[in-house]
Ligand binder design. Sequence first.
Ligand SMILES: Nc1ncnc2c1ncn2[C@@H]1O[C@H](COP(=O)(O)OP(=O)(O)OP(=O)(O)O)[C@@H](O)[C@H]1O
Ligand SMILES: [Mg+2]
Length: 273
Amino acid sequence: MDQKDRMREMEEQQIRINDNVSRIKNKIVIMSGKGGVGKTTVAVNIASGLAKKGLRVGIMDVDIHGPNVPKMLGMEGRTLNYDENGMIPLQVTGNLKAISMSFLLPDPESPVIWRGPMKIQLINQFLGDVQWGDLDYLVIDLPPGTGDETLSIAQQIKGAYALIVTTPQEVALLDSRKALNFARKLDMPILGVIENMSGFVCPHCGKDIDLFKKGGGEKAAHEMNVNFLGRLPVDPNMVTSGDDGTPMVLNDEGSVSIRPLFEILDKILKKME
Ligand SMILES: Nc1ncnc2c1ncn2[C@@H]1O[C@H](COP(=O)(O)OP(=O)(O)OP(=O)(O)O)[C@@H](O)[C@H]1O
Ligand SMILES: [Mg+2]
């Protein structure tokens, strides 16, 4: 392929991306400064919660090296189908569709050893060559930090809202301020901050224990002048529901994190609809 063909192909892909993105009403990008703070957990619960409310939702897993969305949605080991119009996202429930690097891998334990440009190309394909159709929401799960994937998403999806997940301790907060500043620099509107793993209710005595401190995310949100969406406590059911592939919002009515999850969902709907 010569230079001219390559340029034309890129232009055509950009047209497909713009066309696809224009059919998606609301886009939410789940970001964090640090790893392991609960982005994927939050992403699958928000996506499943919105779909449960009857909205048309897509979830796009852009964590290329550690794609966890399929496991948390019970979709591990599934592979993608294609037709003449491109990739067909996997149907999780009636109105929730998902795409992930993991659907392209021969087995979930194969590492992906890719450099930046290949990752950017994959993201462009996830945006331009996947048949998302008309969606009310697209929830995008990112790897931690502000690397190639985050930058590429922010540049390709104009108007995508950044949702920052943080844990309450100082080091995590320092990094989440970086994620907020990154979103601001790229002119992304900011949906708000979620403080995850905030406090723990002892199952034996019912006492509230601040495992990783508490309130730091809320304080940082106020200081940075962004919306605070809420706190999710440390909840053992959150771990089991992630491992079992059934997001909390779908079944664990008795769990301590259910109410805060639905309050967060309501705030998101209020802000975006
Ligand atoms: N509120 C919570 N209470 C208990 N466990 C939680 C909570 N939130 C997340 N976890 C657990 O913490 C682990 C990390 O969460 P998750 O994978 O969602 O984080 P992440 O930010 O997406 O990580 P990465 O940066 O690696 O992508 C998972 O095992 C998850 O089940
Ligand atoms: Mg993750």
